[in-house]
Design a protein around this ligand. Structure first.
Ligand code: VG1
Ligand code: CO
Length: 546
């Protein structure tokens, strides 16, 4: 075996987005493309003096190109003097499991291979991101350094060793490096057992409680099967679509009512089980469903926060809540009632890392079906599902009762997101620029039944390291707390995706069961009036409404 230095063309476009680098598989398959990004990771770590002899974690969601990418990364890691790489068996590790293993094994960091909720397969998407030693996504100063290297590097180092067997647990040597193939689920399952009351959940299933967990043929299937059916004794068949497939069975592994239509149909029908749940491609998102009720992710965060102490891992209460800016303010009301802080961060889990590390927040959430806590540094789909199971077991209440009672106590924040996908990037950018130009004049204006209290482009100053992230989304906040938020996606791989977020607060319990889109209709009209979104993008309707 020898180590080679191979010339490569710099790929100037390898700028990581909201969650690392996400591109079409065909782009990743260009000679040197994946290698360029991986080399940039190692150069960045090398410049920090951190690579030699250290341990890295490596795994992905099993999508097409996962195994091939793992073999390449292992050979490059060996060439850079990494001491040991822990790889999930078959190359499988969910994003939360990578975070868990990095922390538990005190690794230097990890490489996660996933394009999350984006479709997979030869014509689908692939992705790669680097997580640091706290188990969370690398902060901007590291992703910026990686990006700078991708623009200038002209060669990469790789071993010419053959492929490693990823399917048998145990250790193998590659050059001077150890490759340890680990059980994909074990460390993660042990962490969950320490946070939740597994005895109470087991007793719940013994009493005949019924559930469906839809793995969407993505990575969470093996975790849900091992924990929910295996450790918690739910009947076989509770977890469906449990086997990760390279193309996710041709589906879009995005747990929302549009893409998990089968689960929603079941929960709306006569044979609905007591509880439904789904997760995404890489296992970090979750959708919680009761009978005829899909719980809004923003509400789920608020409900988990209001009831945190039912779970043993949170028995002493929470220190604070953090939510991304577009996420509804339902959690703020809970934080207020509990007398703890609520932090508002830009979109993307990496912004929660410092707050969690500093012990300022215990729970975090995003409107995009992401919920999590200080137990790791990623959002965590199976964790959220287990939290709800623990809550149901502890209270004996149904999902519907829990949600209705929460609204009765705190009021309801009607909430929806409208996505305009794959629109012309020029038109989308022009729309955002025009909107930014208008913000100053909007303040104080009356729009329909609303008065604008604040209109700005969100800037976040991290309270721990004072780093500043600007241009994180235009928000128009009304005096009654209603909000319109517009931003461009940082994870799409085709053209631009415009996200329009809408929120309206309703205190009156007699008005807690309106149709969401109807409740938000006045704000939808104002958003169009102010942004000209439909005219500028040439779209009559959003591609997806959640
Ligand atoms: C989207 C979501 C964001 C989430 C990100 C990664 O980003 O809106 O809340 O953190 O996906 O989720 P964007 O930039 O497209 O709006 V995952 O499950 O894809 O890692
Ligand atoms: Co995901």
């Amino acid at each position: 075996m020898t180590i080679q230095t191979i010339a490569t063309t710099p790929f100037a476009g390898q700028r990581p987005g909201t969650s690392g680098l996400r591109k079409k598989v065909t782009e990743f398959q260009q000679p040197g493309y994946l290698e360029n990004f991986v080399e940039a990771i190692f150069l960045t770590l090398g410049a920090l003096g951190e690579v030699q002899g250290r341990t890295l974690v490596l795994g992905g969601d099993g999508r097409y190109f996962n195994r091939q990418a793992i073999q390449t990364i292992l050979r490059m890691a060996a060439a850079h003097g990494v001491g040991r790489v822990l790889v999930g068996r078959g190359g499988i590790l969910s994003t939360p499991a990578v975070s868990c293993v990095i922390r538990k094994r005190a690794a230097l960091g990890g490489i996660v291979l996933s394009a999350s909720h984006n479709p997979g397969g030869p014509d689908g998407d692939f992705g790669i991101k680097y997580n640091i030693d706290n188990g969370g996504p690398a902060p901007e100063k590291i992703t910026d350094a990686i990006y700078e290297h991708t623009k200038t590097l002209s060669s990469y180092r790789i071993s010419d060793a053959g492929p490693v067997d990823l399917d048998s647990i145990g250790s193998i040597r590659l050059e001077g490096m150890e490759v340890e193939v680990i059980d994909s689920v074990a460390d993660y399952a042990e962490l969950m057992a320490g946070l939740f009351d597994f005895d109470a959940i087991r007793a719940l299933f013994q009493r005949g409680f019924t559930m469906r967990f839809d793995g969407m043929h993505a990575v969470s299937g093996p975790y849900a099967k091992a924990i929910i059916e295996g450790m918690l004794g739910a009947p076989a068949g509770t977890v469906v679509n449990a086997e990760p497939l390279e193309d996710f069975g041709g589906h879009h592994p995005d747990p929302n009512p549009v893409n998990a239509a089968e689960l929603i149909a079941l929960m709306d029908g006569p044979d609905a089980p007591d509880f439904g749940a789904a997760s995404d491609g890489d296992g970090d998102r979750n959708m919680i469903v009761g009978r005829k009720l899909a719980v809004s992710p923003s509400d789920s965060l608020a409900i988990i926060a209001a009831n945190a102490t039912v779970a043993p891992g949170y028995r002493d209460g929470i220190k604070g809540i953090a939510r991304s800016m577009p996420t509804s303010q339902a959690a703020d009301r809970v934080a207020n009632a509990l007398g703890v802080s609520c932090f508002e961060t830009p979109t993307g889990w990496k912004y929660f890392g410092n707050l969690l590390d500093a012990g300022l927040a215990t729970l975090c959430g995003e409107e995009s079906y992401g919920t999590g806590s200080m137990h790791i540094r990623e959002k965590d789909g199976v964790w959220a599902v287990l939290f709800w199971l623990n809550l149901i077991a502890a209270t004996g209440k149904s999902v519907n009762e829990i949600v209705q009672e929460h609204w009765a106590r705190f009021g309801r924040n009607y909430y929806s997101r409208h996505d305009y996908e794959a629109v012309d990037a020029g038109a989308a950018n022009a729309m955002m620029e025009a909107l930014r130009g208008k913000l100053e004049s909007l303040a104080g204006q009356t729009l329909g039944d609303f008065r604008v209290q604040l209109a700005d482009d969100f800037t976040y100053t991290d309270p721990v390291d004072n780093s500043v992230s600007s241009r994180q989304g235009v928000r128009i906040v009304m005096t009654d707390g209603s909000r319109i938020v517009l931003r461009l996606s940082g994870t799409g791989t085709e053209g631009a995706t415009v996200r329009l977020y809408l929120e309206r607060y309703e205190a009156d319990p007699a008005r807690h069961n309106l149709d969401t889109q109807q409740a938000l209709a006045p704000l939808i009209a104002i958003a169009e009036q102010v942004s000209g979104l439909k005219a500028r993008t040439g779209r009559e309707q959003p591609s997806v409404v959640t």
